[in-house]
Design a protein around this ligand. Sequence first.
Ligand code: GDP
Length: 474
Amino acid sequence: MAWYHKAKSKAEKLVHRGLDRHVRVAVTGLSGAGKTAFVTSVINQLLHAPVEGHLTFLEPCRERRFKASKLAMHQELHIPKFDYQGCFGSLVDANPIWPSSTRNISQANISCRYKVKDKWLRKVSKDSTLTVEILDYPGEWLLDLPLLRLSFKEWSELCQQYLRRERRQQYASDVVKQLSELQYSEPVDEAEIDKLLSSVANDYRTALYDYRKYNKDFSLALPGRFLLPGELEGSPVLSFFPVISSDILSLDWEQFESQSLLKILERRYNYYQKHIIRPFFEEYFSKVDRQIVLIDTNSILESDYESYLDFKHTIERLLEGFSYGRSNWLKRLFSPSIDKLLIATTKADLVPPDQHASLESFMQKTVAQVKNDIGYEGVDVETMAIASVATSEPVTTEHDGKQLHCVKGLDVESRESVIHYPGKVPSKTLSREEWRKLEIDFSPFAVPCFSPDEPLPHIRMDKVLQFLIGDKFV
Ligand code: GDP
């Protein structure tokens, strides 16, 4: 019978290993989309998950199987830790403010202890642990994915097209002139290379970045790390820029000397591809199980039509990364493992609840084509309107004898209670003319005084968690 006991114990070990599970959830979105607030809220909600009546849509909570949770250290020690204490601390401070935005990759692990549901697994163990690994990274980095397939020349051509667009000509003229005056065929003095490249690259980056920031230009002609360098800040790997002069672009680049400025720039670009973009995706795509992409639809609706078109283009590029089947090269390179993708429009607390469906529908229609492509490739895709941290409550007022649904919160300056109606949120995409007539204002509220002992108020975070990890509590 010894063999029987040995086999049984081996089987139990295997089942235990199966029960001690991990799910890796990656959180991304463009700068300001709400990633830091989201990760802070996810951790906070899960830490309160064992409280009865909390997170009603999350299956193990609804079935009262969620027993305990705690923050745990992650194994990937090269990835910085998400500063939950600092972020939560600023939200519940005596003078509460929003935590600082994501500028680098970071990770948080939460161990969740729960009662096993599966009747076969229960024979081995009544309880199990699911470790939820949350990886927060700038969406701008994801936009680098297409660069892996572009040569330096092809990338330069795209940048040239981008800068030629009418709306950018004015602000880009100085930097375009500067780039055009460089002597690309001349060798550069060794001692001067770094100084020259970093100074021009810096001017190029600053001109584009500032315009993007102040004019809501959601499009990009910059590598992701130029926008958010993370730990690469100031390093020479970011000292390159595109060649946008038509005269140079029309030439055969093979004829350039190895020490020419053009070839030096090309080598820097190739280095960036090989040593920055590629390792990030190798690590990232091969290990992530679930992905959430956050979108600040409110701020898009407040901007002009050109910005909307830019945004649509950018978000399509960002989401294309999840359309594996169409990009077979991606599959070959990184063997991606994501099987669920959530596209969430954030800050829904600034919109009265009766308009949440419109907000979601507008965002859904904006990304419809690319969402369809991803779904077609077998990834389960869902969209939602959410608020990681709700700063308002719904109220109904009367206007012209009719009931009007509004939101009530604290004024950012005076912290007095104010009621706000943001306008009518469209439920479909609009023509240029319709867009012009939009009257939308999603004024933010101040962060209210939250109790540090209560879960942060939210909108649909329990649905988010059910979609992303609910099925893992077996
Ligand atoms: P990140 O750059 O993606 O990390 O974005 P953050 O999480 O730092 O959010 C940027 C800003 O959006 C915050 O400072 C807040 O002003 C606002 N914000 C983020 N999440 C919410 C939310 O759930 N509700 C509201 N009302 N504002 C939010």
